[in-house]
Design a protein around this ligand. Structure first.
Ligand code: SF4
Ligand code: F3S
Length: 106
């Protein structure tokens, strides 16, 4: 599966949802996650993310390990998102800020 990680938080550009052929993405207040039960490892979303927040689980940096379980958990709770929408107005200010997990809203 592919995994959405820290730098999506508060950026949420949603370019990723447009390219996913199987509707994997679920939306929370300030973060998106991939449903591992739907992802077919097509690789298309990874280069689309302007925040470079998407990784294959095989390439997940060790400090992002916990996002694997988090994507699976939140995908069960959050609604599907299948169309791109406007990012938060301050998305650019947050792109690249480290350790945004503390700001995750559920
Ligand atoms: Fe969707 Fe493909 Fe990304 Fe998996 S790798 S979430 S199937 S676009
Ligand atoms: Fe998040 Fe990147 Fe998609 S910032 S919403 S994973 S395009």
């Amino acid at each position: 599966t592919y995994v959405v990680t820290d730098n999506c938080i508060k950026c949420k550009y949603t370019d990723c949802v447009e390219v996913c052929p199987v509707d994997c993405f679920h939306e929370g207040p300030n973060f998106l996650v991939i449903d591992p039960e739907e992802c077919i490892d097509c690789t298309l979303c990874e280069p689309e993310c302007p925040a470079e927040a998407i990784y294959s689980e095989d390439d997940l940096p060790p400090e992002m390990d916990h996002f694997l379980e988090l994507n699976a958990e939140l995908a069960k709770q959050w609604p599907l998102l299948t169309e791109k929408k406007d990012p938060p107005p301050d998305a650019e200010d947050w792109n690249g800020v480290p350790n945004k997990y503390q700001y995750l809203e559920r």
